[in-house]
Ligand binder design. Structure first.
Ligand SMILES: *[C@@H]1O[C@H](CO)[C@@H](O)[C@H](O)[C@H]1NC(C)=O
Ligand SMILES: *[C@@H]1O[C@H](CO)[C@@H](O)[C@H](O)[C@H]1NC(C)=O
Ligand SMILES: *[C@@H]1O[C@H](CO)[C@@H](O)[C@H](O)[C@H]1NC(C)=O
Ligand SMILES: *[C@@H]1O[C@H](CO)[C@@H](O)[C@H](O)[C@H]1NC(C)=O
Ligand SMILES: *[C@@H]1O[C@H](CO)[C@@H](O)[C@H](O)[C@H]1NC(C)=O
Ligand SMILES: *[C@@H]1O[C@H](CO)[C@@H](O)[C@H](O)[C@H]1NC(C)=O
Ligand SMILES: *[C@@H]1O[C@H](CO)[C@@H](O)[C@H](O)[C@H]1NC(C)=O
Length: 652
């Protein structure tokens, strides 16, 4: 997901203050929300899986709610009929039916799955047994809805048996509204005529409002989707269309588009749209098609985004060392969309202004913004969609990774933009500007309730997340040639073998569970020696706060001196000196380090700004650096030039 509300790009610097207000508002909201105990869902603990992470305070109402691990979904046969063809929008409805193939992992007398706000026909719910004698399964005794947990319990009169497979069948319906949740309709004008479309948005936990399902990211399953539509419309989904059939439904004639079966996919990534859009397409150099959709009148404004996409996809194919998992990639410009972009697997959705580019109003900045967001969402096709976080508390890695990768993708497609040089003045600078306050929050955030998930998508996870991913990257892999694949592998070796799920709460732990960041003080001692110490950086030091001891980091420290620095070279892991969290001061001895009297000699720390920390120096070193910038600034790494300016402003 990208650009919740606001477009990315240069504007974000100007909007710093505003985001801070928003961030504080969100934090306050969360606090108030908990304090008012809105949900009041006391009762039996149903927590399966265990959410990882944070300590559970005594008196906490309930651990993270998870579906019980008794049933594992394997496949959904899903049919949707979004009826947007009535004279009154009040009559727009969604009709659906689903068959869920489940593997029983523990004997159980009940099926608990997510479903909320759906009108489920009681007599449509039944269970069939797969394999063996087959046929009808246990009878349904009762259906019960738990509003607080957004689940439905199907009580059976005989148990489902461990290691057996079953199909759960049911039909359901729901009103279609314009609310940007689950399946919704929206409208736009074409030559004065109102046109309607139906679309889905399931992130983070709205799939359960569109169909009964096991709505947790780790519960991946294959989807075979059928969508009924009227002849002048198209239906789009994650996978390419396989066939189109005539079908009678509710006494009317429809066309049923049947889509290819998807690979194992999380529910939040499923998507479809029924609309009257037009498309252009191109082939990637890897032989798969890339299709761009928009309303008919803007279809020739999709060329630029399509060019970015076709350039970036093959690059990512190589970067990750894994070919794109789906047969086709599509993008769609939505007239009304809440997010800048959303990484639906194979069918990425964008706000129109995040995807459409008009020659009539040419702007380099618009092109960069489009390239940035397209590159971000396409990185998610691998990281997020193929490899998926176990649970929402690690959303930061998902978004941090994509926010880091967007620069890699953009740099490949448009090397002349030199976007790597922009990283420090954009993501790095922005992350620090919001993370320098007591009110900031750690990247890792426990997620207890469905509503917490959206609150976890704040700016910190994008910008700080990108910095932390970049820091990990340089530490582990920078000097190898197969760097990118290694980053992928290092993350996926922590993954479970079968489901491509990653549990990352231990990755870079100090940087993810603590808010804020350190400032490293570099002091020249006698010639050939510096001392380095760390402390927590806060823009407004709270005088009576003596909690600083608790804030310490394992810091990958790098440095160079006047004689050793090469402004064109990034550090390698062998250059890293770890400043351990349990040591206040470290002395570094190295022959080239200048002594206090050598006023034209400097030491420069955090080469290339790969470490997420500020650097302060003693006065004589600041003076030597400033002199160097005046005499020949090119002697200093571009990123460090930016850092020197930012650090000297913020430490003044
Ligand atoms: C992730 O790993 C940590 C530590 O290894 C563990 O405590 C936690 O339970 C795991 N989380 C999940 C969701 O498996
Ligand atoms: C819509 O209204 C028109 C004219 O009032 C009517 O002929 C038509 O049958 C209506 N269509 C539906 C689907 O109700
Ligand atoms: C089970 O329900 C589905 C609809 O949900 C229906 O099509 C099917 O015929 C039913 N099967 C049995 C055995 O009742
Ligand atoms: C659907 O029906 C139309 C008109 O009745 C017919 O021309 C067409 O061949 C049918 N399509 C299929 C796929 O059966
Ligand atoms: C799901 O899809 C994958 C990849 O296409 C396939 O290997 C697997 O057999 C499918 N699983 C089920 C249960 O259909
Ligand atoms: C894409 O490749 C296919 C098969 O090689 C070809 O038929 C088609 O014309 C190509 N499309 C474009 C837009 O180049
Ligand atoms: C779109 O169409 C118009 C009119 O044909 C043309 O002038 C313009 O250059 C086209 N392309 C874009 C990207 O706007």
């Amino acid at each position: 997901m990208a650009g919740k509300g606001c477009s990315k790009g240069r504007t974000k610097i100007i909007l710093t203050g505003m985001f801070l207000v928003v961030a504080v508002a969100v934090i306050l909201f969360v606090i108030i929300y908990f304090a008012t105990d809105k949900r009041g869902d006391e009762g039996s603990s149903n927590g399966g899986g265990g959410g990882g992470g944070g300590p559970v305070e005594p008196g906490d109402p309930e651990p993270v709610f998870r579906l019980p691990p008794t049933l594992k979904p394997e496949h959904y046969h899903l049919q949707f009929v979004p009826d947007i063809y009535r004279n009154s929008t009040a009559d727009f409805r969604l009709y659906g039916s689903v068959t869920i193939r489940v593997l029983c992992q523990e004997n159980t007398l009940s099926v608990i799955l997510h479903a909320i706000g759906l009108d489920i026909a009681r007599n449509s719910v039944n269970v069939t047994t797969i394999g063996g004698s087959g046929g009808a399964g246990p009878d349904v005794k009762s259906l019960r809805t738990d509003e607080a947990r957004e689940t439905m319990e199907i009580e059976l009169n005989a148990p489902l048996v461990k290691d057996a497979r079953y199909d759960l069948h049911m039909t359901f319906e729901a009103p279609l509204t314009e609310k940007f949740q689950a399946v919704y309709f929206s409208s736009y004008k074409e030559e004065g005529v109102t046109q309607y479309l139906a679309a889905s948005i399931f992130v983070p936990s709205y799939a359960r409002r569109a169909f009964p399902c096991f709505d947790e990211p780790a519960l991946k399953a294959n989807f075979t989707l059928t969508i009924l539509r009227k002849p002048t419309y198209v239906a789009l989904a994650n996978m390419p269309r396989r066939t189109t059939e005539n079908r009678t439904f509710n006494g009317e004639e429809w066309l049923a588009d049947v889509f290819q079966e998807s690979p194992a996919m999380s529910t939040y990534l499923m998507a479809f749209t029924v609309c009257r859009f037009k498309s252009i397409e191109a082939n990637t150099t890897r032989g798969y098609k890339f299709i761009a959709w928009s309303r008919p009148q803007s279809v020739n404004q999709t060329h630029f985004a399509l060019d970015v996409g076709t350039a970036v996809m093959p690059y990512f194919d190589d970067y990750f060392g894994i070919p794109f998992a789906l047969p086709e990639q599509e993008m769609i410009a939505m007239p009304d969309f809440q997010y800048g972009g959303m990484e639906h697997w194979g069918l990425v959705g964008y706000k129109e202004r995040a995807m459409l580019y008009s020659d009539a109003l040419p702007s380099v900045q618009d092109r960069q913004n489009i390239a940035q967001i397209v590159s971000h969402e396409l990185a998610h096709m691998w990281f997020g969609d193929l490899l998926t976080m176990l649970w929402w508390d690690d959303t930061w890695l998902n978004e941090g990774f994509a926010s880091f990768m967007e620069y890699e993708g953009m740099n490949h497609a448009y090397p002349q933009w030199r976007v790597h040089d922009q990283f420090v003045v954009e993501a790095f600078r922005f992350a620090m500007s919001i993370d320098a306050f007591e009110q900031s929050r750690p990247l890792y955030k426990e997620v207890r309730y469905p509503d917490d998930v959206l609150a976890a998508y704040d700016r910190i996870i994008y910008y700080k997340g990108a910095c932390i991913v970049r820091m990990k990257y340089i530490n582990d892999f920078a000097y190898k040639t197969a760097t990118h694949i290694d980053l992928w592998n290092s993350l996926s070796t922590e993954a479970e073998a079968d489901g491509l799920m990653v549990n990352v709460s231990d990755v870079m732990r100090g940087w993810t569970v603590q808010k804020n960041f350190p400032v490293v003080m570099v002091t020249r001692g006698r010639r050939g020696q510096i001392t380095v110490s760390q402390s927590r950086y806060l823009l407004e030091q709270n005088m009576d706060s003596n909690s600083d001891e608790a804030y310490m980091w394992d810091i990958p420290f790098t440095f160079a001196t006047t004689s050793t620095h090469n402004a064109d070279v990034d550090p390698t892991p062998s250059d890293v000196i770890w400043l351990p969290r349990d040591k206040n001061e470290v002395t570094i001895i190295e022959r080239s380090l200048p002594g206090p009297g050598e006023t034209d000699q400097w030491v420069l720390a955090n080469i290339g700004c790969y470490g997420y920390y500020r650097v302060n120096y003693d006065v004589s070193n600041w003076k030597a650096l400033v002199r160097q910038l005046n005499v020949d600034h090119k002697k200093i790494h571009t990123s460090n030039r930016a850092q020197i300016i930012m650090d000297s402003w913020n430490l003044a």
